[in-house]
Ligand binder design. Structure first.
Ligand code: ATP
Ligand code: MG
Length: 576
């Protein structure tokens, strides 16, 4: 493609509303333009990278027997009512009515539609297994769309769904997709980790996320090298030491703590370290925001609650909401900051990190008072003790022996999920086995954020000058800077080389604009194609073409007649 005929408009300055480098670079490179929060037009360069990534994904799925279909973006309410997710998905689902007053939503995910599609045709064991996938636009009404394509409202996803006879076969399908995703991200050449992820409350289910490593990633990942184990912090189990100290129990006494609201205040005033204090937090164990079911959670003063662990312990669909100050007062008789477990009439869940503490301090459920010398079992009863806290770097990993966690940050680009019979039971998808017995179909679902991955590649691979595209998804393999387009012989030679490369299937962006070399080089660095060819009067007269490798900035002089072969070879080597 010739720049003069393209629609590429680069910006010298970073946009003021960009929060991370990849977002700023995509805007500066003219790859994306915001239409509304979380909604973008993809320019030609972004679309080329997206299409390349889609092609790579298709290759890996098709060769594993997955079947591509395309489902609608507009879904009738009735399907989402069958699974209960019309309500459960909450505000993330964008709902609307058509002219006849019927309810619809935009597809945020396609379990309902694909399950409905499958149940119309699958009837016998002979129809299974199946894996259906699509590459399509999704809409999720995210509360806070941000970071460009990373968390959009409208974005492109590849979603696949497997249908199997039984658990063993479903496990096989899961592994197949796990392997496909691994191959996809290896081919992209990005650094990534595969982590265990939250499975919600579906018994026996499995889930892994594919995380591209990046400092600005939204997800915190706990990696234990000793155990070869990695998990999203949302579920990373903690191996807290639970040895109970030998100290004798002392009597519980009340003392005044005027104005002391936080653990830090209390630690300072009492001279007790935060890790020996106990804090009490309050949540509603209900998915319905209108129906408050207060519960208390006890944690060591220096620990943070893990909302996903708590959600799973309480059997909820979504992480529980914290009680408001008014609700806390109603449940305890005191304002937050003076509350504790003694005398409470609501369930008390204790993090295992509190188990070894004795004679500790908690709020007295009386404003501006605390209790000291408090002990669980004697002064209050615990409903359940569990691992409820967020893991931290350096924490003991309970998987394997003796390892500790290292913290990494990642961008979730893919997710594989074993669903079991959750959807087939709700939507009545059965098949007849060899003995004409009816069975539920086993399912799995598998997503790849196509648009998110393209930006994640930039987030992981850029420098101060711009993007450094992995060859596998680079919009063009070669950026050809033609420095003196008015020179007739030179431009005739350049055109020949351009045509030759294109004829050999090499995608070339030729900068044929009447711009200064400095501007062309700056733009080439910004757009980040793997290889740059430069041809100007000086080089032409001495019969040399300059080739620059974007990643290493290595500069090579190649004799003009060898330029074509050199570029072809370099690209062939690089794509291995
Ligand atoms: P997140 O936790 O980031 O909100 P999710 O776990 O809800 O994502 P999934 O339902 O697992 O997302 O969707 C499959 C894939 O789609 C994700 O792994 C991610 O790559 C991509 N994706 C999800 N939400 C968005 C979004 N708002 N913008 C861009 N890509 C997204
Ligand atoms: Mg996910």
């Amino acid at each position: 493609m010739k720049w003069s005929k393209s629609h590429i408009y680069t910006l010298r300055e970073s946009p003021t509303d960009a929060d991370i480098p990849s977002q700023a670079l995509m805007v500066r490179a003219g790859m994306i333009r915001k239409v509304a929060p979380g909604i973008y037009t993809y320019g030609n360069l972004a679309l080329r990278a997206i299409r390349k990534f889609e092609a790579l994904v298709r290759q890996e799925l098709d060769k594993r027997g997955c079947v591509e279909i395309l489902m609608p973006m507009v879904h009738p309410r009735s399907l989402w009512e069958e699974t209960g997710r019309w309500t459960e998905m909450g505000e993330r689902l964008l709902k609307f009515k058509n002219r006849s007053g019927h309810d619809f939503c935009l597809g945020a995910t396609h379990e309902e539609v694909v399950t409905d599609y499958a149940r119309r045709d699958i009837s016998s064991y002979r129809d299974l297994p199946k894996n259906l996938y699509q590459i399509q636009t999704k809409y999720r009404d995210e509360i806070r769309p941000r970071f460009g394509l990373m968390r959009g409202r409208e974005f492109i996803m590849k979603d696949a769904y497997s249908f199997d006879l039984d658990q063993a076969s479903a496990q096989h399908s899961y592994q197949l997709m796990y392997d496909a995703y691994k191959a996809i991200y290896e081919r992209l050449g990005l650094k990534f980790v595969i982590v265990q992820a939250d499975t919600g409350n579906i018994g026996g289910s499995q889930s892994h996320e594919f995380q591209v490593l990046a400092e600005n990633g939204e997800d915190a990942l706990m990696v234990c090298e000793a155990a070869g184990y990695a998990a999203n912090i949302e579920i990373a189990p903690v191996g807290d030491v639970t040895q109970v100290g030998a100290a004798a129990l002392v009597a519980m006494t009340e003392f005044a703590t005027p104005g002391l609201r936080t653990i830090a205040d209390l630690a300072k005033a009492t001279n007790v370290a935060e890790n020996e204090l106990v804090k009490t937090m309050f949540f509603s164990a209900s998915d319905d925001p209108k129906l408050s079911r207060p519960v208390a959670v006890l944690l060591r003063g220096d620990h943070e609650v893990n909302p996903v662990k708590l959600k799973n312990l309480l059997g909820l669909a979504n992480p529980p909401l914290m009680l408001t100050d008014i609700e806390v007062k109603a449940a305890t008789g005191a304002a937050p900051g003076s509350c504790g477990p003694v005398g409470l009439k609501i369930p008390i869940y204790m993090d295992q990190g509190v188990q070894h503490l004795k004679n500790y301090i908690v709020g007295a459920n009386k404003d501006d008072f605390h209790l000291k010398g408090v002990n669980h079992g004697r002064d209050f009863q615990v409903t359940q003790t569990a691992d409820l806290r967020l893991a931290r770097e350096g924490d003991h990993c309970p998987i394997g022996k003796g390892g500790v966690y290292k913290l990494h940050r990642g961008i979730e680009v893919g997710h594989v999920f074993y669903l079991g019979t959750k959807y087939s039971k709700k939507m009545n998808v059965t098949y007849l086995d060899k003995n004409s017995q009816s069975n539920w179909v086993e399912m799995g679902c598998y997503g790849i954020g196509i648009s998110r991955t393209v930006q994640a590649a930039i987030e992981q691979s850029h420098d101060k000058d711009g993007i450094i595209w992995p060859l596998a998804i680079a919009p063009f393999a070669v950026h050809f800077c033609l420095l003196d387009p008015d020179h007739p012989e030179l431009s005739a030679y350049a055109e020949k080389l351009y045509q030759e490369l294109m004829g050999a299937g090499v995608e070339v962006l030729m900068d044929d604009r009447a711009e200064r070399p400095g501007i062309k080089f700056k733009d080439a660095d910004l757009l980040g194609m793997p290889l740059r060819i430069t041809l100007g009067k000086k080089g032409f007269e001495s019969g040399m073409v300059e080739v620059v490798v974007r990643k290493s900035k290595e500069q090579l002089k190649v004799a003009a007649p060898e330029a074509f072969a050199f570029v072809k070879n370099w690209l062939m080597q690089a794509s291995r």
